[in-house]
Design a protein around this ligand. Structure first.
Ligand SMILES: [Cu+2]
Ligand SMILES: [Zn+2]
Length: 189
């Protein structure tokens, strides 16, 4: 009996007073996490060009500071290029229009310099060097990989990571005047 009381006091106050064997029942049921709140720790995204060839990988990881994007790709056109999360996890070549508009669960306008902005999917421009190889990391606070949350990239139809032909001007709604979609990766669980 003494042992029972000790166990109960270590556990939640709410179960004190109930029979000893019910403590295990409570614990077991707490371990079951509802599917829609399941935390995905990392997603690997294949980055495809307009010919349908893989040019690299983006690893997305959930961290306390936000979602970390680690993009590794080669054979890219050098220069300053826009990169965004788009709303639909569908990358159909050659124009990737199937990825839809920018990921925008808060219904804002486009661009960091837009007073009515910005989209959760807006990201700072990528600087691609002369050799066309990128290996960079960026932490994004506006999105999550936690399913069931409003700003989750892993919503029902997934989302996409898109690199454009030109830079984002950070103000023109709805897409920053960034030109064609050159590389696209499906973000899906
Ligand atoms: Cu875009
Ligand atoms: Zn945008």
């Amino acid at each position: 009996m003494k042992k029972c009381l000790l166990v109960s006091s270590v556990l939640l106050v709410a179960i004190v007073g109930s029979a000893c064997n019910s403590a295990t029942d409570v614990l077991t049921s707490q371990e079951t996490v509802p599917v829609n709140e399941k935390a995905i720790e990392a997603v690997e995204v294949d980055m495809m060009n307009t010919e349908g060839n893989k040019v690299g990988t983006a690893m997305l990881s959930e961290t306390p500071k936000g979602v970390v994007i680690h993009l590794m790709a080669e054979g890219l056109e050098p220069g300053e290029k826009a990169i965004h999360f788009h709303e639909t996890g569908k990358c159909e070549k050659p124009d990737f229009k199937t990825a839809g508009a920018h990921f925008n669960p808060e219904h804002k306008e486009h661009g960091f310099e837009n007073p009515k902005g910005f989209h959760a999917g807006d990201l700072p421009n990528l600087e691609i060097p002369e050799n066309g190889i990128v290996d960079f990391e960026l932490t994004v606070k506006t999105v999550t990989l936690k399913q069931g949350e409003k700003n989750s990239l892993l919503d029902e139809d997934g989302s996409a990571l898109v690199i454009h032909a030109g830079p984002d001007d950070y103000k023109t709604d709805p897409a920053g005047n960034a030109g064609d979609r050159m590389v696209c990766g499906v973000i899906q669980h």
